[in-house]
Design a protein around this ligand. Structure first.
Ligand SMILES: Nc1ncnc2c1ncn2[C@@H]1O[C@H](COP(=O)(O)OP(=O)(O)OP(=O)(O)O)[C@@H](O)[C@H]1O
Ligand SMILES: [Mg+2]
Length: 496
């Protein structure tokens, strides 16, 4: 075995992150690490990669007892990790990021820039990545940033690579690219541990699987011997009812309409309307202009042309504040950056956009706040020690859930959800859909941007498809993945 973990334990103050972590990886194996948000996946991997110290348990690396005290020590032993949150330096180039902290020094401490560029170019070429060594990282797409993270991890000649949700912000084609890389590395005899919440990609990539629940390994074995339903059951510790399609309600009055919406370089002539009670999907490839459109409707970016009608009246929305005043809510794609106050407790984060609801005579009613917080913690299965825990201390997926809860709690007419299920576990996805359904039933209109076509087919009453900045077509809710793909890609005739 390359890596063997046995009975790993880890506490953070009062929170037990790991009670009994067990996992082993052989050379040339891709090992899937699955579990609900907060199950302890990232923590277990940070212990392996020298970013956290374990409290108890045994770790064998290449047959010998090991405990790495820093990422550098782990890297020197041949372990590298591609992180859940991108840890790149945005202002530096691709090459600088790949070698950050390990630059080759010339006399007097100068960095040997030429050699660095050469070496970076060699790695990029070897793997045929669509990158350039001297590009600035801040201008790269999420997918390209992920590739830089991978280059950074493999440049060291590692024997074990750990991927923490590498595809959560990637499109289908870009994910394929990551799979291809992982397979190449496996063929070379490297071991890989791969964390994901996208259950549909498991079989494309994994050999064996380990499932964590509440900090303990509850199942480990070959992937071929376990069904996806069984995996879900192990993860959530209960039977889950098979997801069924939402029952649409008869649409009411038009709440939002956009007409001829144009922002040069982002989208052109976007027109659609949302009516009360509707959940409308917005599909398309990454870069098709979906997020840009939402940001413009929400007043984050100005538009060059077009009109936004709210409740049938033309509305001037020049800032998010004006959008909120008009009854529009946006759950952004990058929730950790824009959606959360990480130092504040969960309770404040959930209620801050709707303080009126929990106030009496202008004072916040602590009991009401507690009740609301408890309700969302339970419904979205947010794993936290209490509602008073700082949001920034939650696991990645649980932070996302808090950011979503905030907007679900805010009473708005029109909800724009940009990739609402990204990074959250299977149980919480079902709850998010149920809450969206409740919003629609209570008379709101919901626009859901998603790259997960199965999810759109499950919840959307109709699906708009964007391609290269334009609405390329509209499909009924009961359509197929193929029809969406055809419309989102190139086929001209598929615009129904
Ligand atoms: N630095 C920390 N301080 C306090 N608690 C922490 C810290 N890091 C992790 N935790 C807690 O440990 C538990 C496990 O977190 P971890 O990040 O390992 O989960 P995860 O399985 O990776 O979840 P996700 O799928 O959401 O990324 C969570 O309850 C989290 O709140
Ligand atoms: Mg994690």
């Amino acid at each position: 075995m390359l890596l063997d973990l046995n009975g790993i334990q880890k506490r953070f103050g009062g929170v037990t992150a790991l009670r009994d972590g067990n996992l082993s990886v052989a050379p040339g194996e891709v090992h899937l690490l699955l579990g609900e948000n907060g199950a302890g996946k990232s923590t277990l991997m940070k212990i392996v990669a020298g970013m956290e110290r374990r409290d108890a348990g045994r770790m064998l690396w290449q047959g010998r007892a090991a405990a790495f005290r820093s990422p550098a020590e782990a890297a020197a032993a041949g372990i590298a990790m591609v992180h859940q949150e991108s840890l790149l330096a945005p202002h530096l180039t691709v090459a600088e990021n790949i070698f950050l902290g390990r630059e080759e020094r010339l006399p007097f401490g100068w960095v040997n820039r030429r050699r660095m560029i050469e070496q970076a170019s060699r790695i990029i070429e070897e793997h045929q990545f669509p990158l350039h060594a001297d590009w600035r990282v801040e201008r790269l797409s999420p997918a390209a940033k992920q590739l830089v993270g991978i280059c950074r991890a493999i440049q060291h000649g590692s024997s074990l690579l750990i991927f923490d949700e590498p595809t959560s912000s990637l499109s289908g084609a870009e994910s394929e690219e990551v799979f291809r890389i992982v397979r190449t590395l496996r063929a070379r005899g490297m071991g890989a541990i791969y964390i994901t919440h996208r259950l549909e990609e498991l079989r494309a990539i994994g050999d064996r699987v380990t499932i964590l629940r509440d900090g303990a390994t509850v199942h480990t074995g070959p992937l071929a011997e376990v069904s996806t339903d069984r995996i879900i059951q192990h993860m959530v510790g209960r039977e889950m009812v098979a997801s069924c399609r939402r029952q649409p309600v008869a649409p009411g009055v038009e709440l939002l309409r956009v007409d001829g919406l144009t922002r040069r370089g982002a989208f052109q002539d976007v027109a659609f309307s949302l009516r009360a009670g509707e959940i409308v999907g917005l599909a398309g490839l990454i870069g098709a202009g979906r997020t840009e459109t939402c940001l413009a409707i929400f007043g984050v970016h100005p538009i060059d042309r077009g009109t936004i009608f709210v409740d049938g009246q033309p509305a001037r929305i020049g800032s998010p504040r004006e959008a909120v005043a008009a009854g529009i809510a946006l759950v952004t794609e990058d929730r950790q950056k824009t959606g959360l106050a990480v130092r504040l407790p969960i309770s404040c984060n959930i209620t801050m956009a709707n303080l009126r609801q929990i106030s009496r005579l202008g004072m916040i009613d602590g009991r009401a706040e507690g009740r609301v917080t408890a309700e969302y913690i339970a419904r979205l299965r947010i794993r936290a020690s209490s509602g008073r825990q700082a949001a920034g201390r939650l696991s990645g997926g649980n932070q996302q859930k808090v950011a979503i809860a905030k907007w679900l709690f805010r009473r708005a007419h029109v909800f724009l959800f940009d990739e609402p299920t990204r990074g959250i576990d299977v149980g919480a996805k079902a709850e998010v859909f149920e809450l969206m359904d409740e919003l629609a039933r209570s008379g709101a209109a919901v626009l859901m941007v998603s790259s997960e076509m199965q999810e759109l087919l499950q919840v959307a009453d109709r699906i708009l498809v964007m391609r290269q900045g334009r609405i390329a077509g509209e499909l009924p809710g009961r359509t197929t993945q193929e029809a969406i793909m055809r419309c989102a890609a190139l086929d001209q005739e598929s615009t129904l």
